[in-house]
Design a protein around this ligand. Structure first.
Ligand SMILES: NC(=O)C1=CN([C@@H]2O[C@H](COP(=O)(O)OP(=O)(O)OC[C@H]3O[C@@H](n4cnc5c(N)ncnc54)[C@H](OP(=O)(O)O)[C@@H]3O)[C@@H](O)[C@H]2O)[C@@H](O)CC1
Ligand SMILES: Nc1ncnc2c1ncn2[C@@H]1O[C@H](COP(=O)(O)OP(=O)(O)O)[C@@H](O)[C@H]1O
Ligand SMILES: [K+]
Length: 493
C-alpha cells in the first residue's frame, strides 16, 4: 500500500472526481458511508453520538455521517463549530441535507460548548488533511474540551490539528482520539512515534479512489500489510533439501549474554534456514548445544567474548551482534568479517555500536547488508534528529549513501531500501518492547538471507513476520506477559 503526502491526496481526490467520474459531493457521501459502516460494526444504538464539525470538507464528512447515523436511528447530536464565515461547498450542501429530527447546534463561543455527558461517543470532524496552520481560538477550545472528556473519541480521516505529512510544533493543540478512521490510504503521520497520542487505533476504509492514479503516482513511502508480505513468501519446493536453504553463521553472545545468541539462533532455525552454525565464546558451548540441538556450535578461543573469525567459505550469510559486547578484540572480528565477507550480513546491537564508533567500516559493508538499529543505535550511527520526520530523512540518506537496507525498529518499523524508499511495517505491538525481541529479528533476517531472499525482501518480510509472531504471542498471553521467546514460538510461515 502506498502512503501519499497531502498534495498527492488532493490530486487523487481530484483525479477520481474527474475520471470516474463522480461529483465531489458523492465522493464525500461514499466516505461518510464507509465511516458509518465501520462505526455500526462496533457501536450500538445505546450510545449517543456527538459529532463536532468544522466548516471544510472534514466538517462536511461529519454532517453526512450525522445524517446517515440518524437514518439508522442512532441518537445523534451535531455541533458545528462556527469559527469562520467561510465554508466549503460540500459542507454547505450537507448542511442543507441535514434532516429536521437531528439536533443541530452552532457553537460561536466557548461557553456554548455542551456539558460532558457520560457514555457518549465523540466524533471529531473539525479539520482533516486540509490543516494549514496551528489551531487557535474557538477550535482550540473545542479540541481541549474533547481531550478532557472521558468519552470514546473517533477522528474522521485524521485527528484535528495533526498534520498528515509534516511535524507539528510541541505546543500545537491536537485531538487525542481512541480511533482514527482514515480514507483510502494511511497517512505518513500515523507511522511516527512522536504522534503516538494523536492517532489511537487507526484503520483504513476504502472509498474507491482511483486505483490507476494510486498505481501510477510515485512516492517514497509504502506500508507493508498482510497482502504485501504474503506475496513475498516463497514456497518450499517438494524436492528441496537442506542445502537449498543456505547455511547461516551467527556470531553472538558473551559471558552473561548467551541468551541473546539463543534467541537469535532459535528464531533463525524457526525461519527456514537449511543449516545454522553458532559461533560463541567457550562459555557458551554447552548452553548452545543443550538449548539448540539443531544448531552446530563453533567455539571461540576466548572463554567470555568473541575474538576470532571462523573461515567464511561454508556460509551463505553471517549475522553478528546480539549479546556481543564491545571489546576491542571483538571489533577486530567485525573488521575482518566486513573485509572478507562475500555474502550479505545482518548487523545488530553491539555490532552496530562498534560500527558507530568506527564509521570508516560503513563504507566497506558488503552488498545486501541489513542493519537493524533501534532509535538509540541509529542515533549513534547517523547523529541527532530534531523530530521523527528528520530522523526519517536521515535514515533515507544513510541507506542511500551506504547502499544498505536499514530496519529502523519501533512501533511501525521503517524498512529503508538502498534506493531511499521506506516501507513501514503493519505488525507488532507494545508487548514487544521487552529485552530480546530485537535479537529474534536478527535471527529471522539471517535465515531469510540464507535462503537467498534479496536483502530488501528479506527485511520487509522478516520484519512483518516478526511482528505478526509478536501479535499472535500477545493474543495468547497478553502484551504485558509477552517475552522474546514467545515471539520465537509463534513464528509461522
Ligand atoms: N472530495 C474530497 O476531496 C474528499 C475529501 N474528504 C474529506 O475532506 C478533508 C479535506 O478537506 P479540506 O481540504 O476541505 O480540509 P479540512 O481539513 O476539512 O478543512 C480545511 C479548511 O479549514 C481551514 N483551516 C486549515 N487549517 C486551519 C486551522 N488551523 N484553523 C482554522 N481553519 C483552518 C482551511 O482554510 P485555509 O487553509 O484555506 O485558510 C480550509 O478551509 C479530508 O480530510 C476528508 O475528511 C473526504 O470527504 C473524501 C473526499
Ligand atoms: N511498541 C511497539 N510496537 C511494535 N513493535 C515494537 C514495539 N516496541 C518494540 N517493538 C519491536 O521489538 C523489537 C525490539 O528490538 P530491540 O530494541 O533491539 O530489543 P532488544 O535489543 O532488547 O532485542 C523491534 O523489532 C521493535 O520493532
Ligand atoms: K478530523
Amino acid at each position: 500500500m502506498k502512503i501519499f503526502n497531502v498534495s498527492q491526496i488532493r490530486a487523487l481526490d481530484a483525479h477520481t472526481i474527474a475520471h470516474e467520474p463522480i461529483t465531489s459531493l458523492d465522493l464525500m457521501e461514499r466516505a461518510a458511508k464507509a465511516f458509518v459502516c465501520w462505526y455500526c460494526a462496533r457501536f450500538d444504538h445505546q450510545q449517543t453520538v456527538r459529532i463536532f464539525c468544522g466548516k471544510g470538507n472534514n466538517g462536511g464528512d461529519g454532517l453526512a455521517i450525522a445524517r446517515l447515523l440518524h437514518h439508522k436511528e442512532y441518537l445523534v447530536q451535531v455541533y458545528v463549530v462556527d469559527y469562520t464565515e467561510q465554508a466549503s461547498d460540500d459542507f454547505r450542501a450537507n448542511l442543507e441535507r441535514m434532516p429536521q429530527g437531528a439536533p443541530l447546534h452552532f457553537i460561536k463561543k466557548q461557553d456554548e460548548l455542551p456539558a460532558p455527558a457520560p457514555g457518549t461517543i465523540l466524533i471529531d470532524a473539525l479539520l482533516g488533511s486540509g490543516l494549514s496552520r496551528p489551531v487557535e481560538g474557538l477550535l482550540a477550545a473545542v479540541i481541549r474540551a474533547i481531550n478532557q472528556s472521558e468519552a470514546t473519541v473517533l477522528s474522521v480521516d485524521i485527528a484535528s490539528g495533526l498534520y498528515a505529512d509534516q511535524p507539528n510544533g510541541p505546543e500545537d493543540v491536537i485531538v487525542q482520539p481512541d480511533y482514527t478512521v482514515t480514507f483510502q490510504l494511511p497517512k505518513l503521520a500515523f507511522m511516527l512515534p512522536q504522534n503516538n497520542r494523536f492517532i489511537g487505533d487507526w484503520q483504513v476504509v476504502d472509498i474507491g479512489l482511483s486505483a490507476d492514479f494510486i498505481e501510477q503516482e510515485s512516492t517514497p513511502y509504502y506500508f507493508t500489510d498482510a497482502a504485501v508480505a504474503r506475496a513475498l513468501i516463497r514456497p518450499r519446493l517438494k524436492f528441496s533439501h537442506k542445502g537449498t536453504f543456505g547455511h547461516a553463521l551467527l556470531i553472538a553472545g558473551s559471558y552473561g549474554k548467551m541468551g541473546a545468541a539463543l534467541l537469535a539462533g532459535s528464531a533463525c532455525l524457526r525461519s527456514g534456514v537449511g543449516l545454522l552454525t553458532a559461533h560463541v565464546p567457550r562459555c557458551g558451548y554447552s548452553i548452545v548445544q543443550t538449548y539448540m540441538p539443531e544448531a552446530m556450535t563453533q567455539v571461540d578461543p576466548h572463554e567470555e567474548i568473541i575474538t576470532a573469525l571462523p573461515a567464511l567459505e561454508p556460509y551463505s550469510v553471517v549475522g553478528m551482534g546480539p549479546g556481543l559486547g564491545k571489546d576491542p578484540q571483538t571489533l577486530r572480528v567485525l573488521e575482518a568479517l566486513i573485509a572478507q565477507a562475500q555474502v550479505p550480513l545482518v548487523l545488530d546491537a553491539d555490532a552496530l555500536n562498534l560500527l558507530a564508533e568506527n564509521p570508516a567500516l560503513l563504507q566497506k559493508l558488503p552488498q545486501g547488508t541489513i542493519l537493524t538499529p533501534h532509535p538509540k543505535e541509529f542515533q549513534r550511527l547517523a547523529g541527532d534528529a530534531a523530530h521523527d520526520y528528520e530522523r526519517l530523512a536521515l535514515a533515507r540518506r544513510f541507506a542511500r549513501k551506504y547502499q544498505v537496507v536499514l530496519c529502523l525498529k519501533g512501533g511501525h518499523t521503517a524498512v529503508v531500501f538502498p534506493d531511499g524508499t521506506v516501507h513501514f511495517n503493519a505488525t507488532g505491538n507494545a508487548g514487544m518492547a521487552t529485552g530480546g525481541t530485537g535479537d529474534v529479528l536478527t535471527g529471522v533476517l539471517t535465515a531469510l538471507l540464507a535462503q537467498k531472499y534479496p536483502a530488501e525482501q528479506a527485511a520487509q518480510l522478516g520484519v512483518y513476520q516478526h511482528g505478526a509472531a509478536g501479535d499472535r504471542a500477545a493474543e495468547q498471553r497478553t502484551q504485558t506477559a509477552l517475552i522474546a521467546s514467545d515471539v520465537v514460538e509463534n513464528l509461522g510461515w
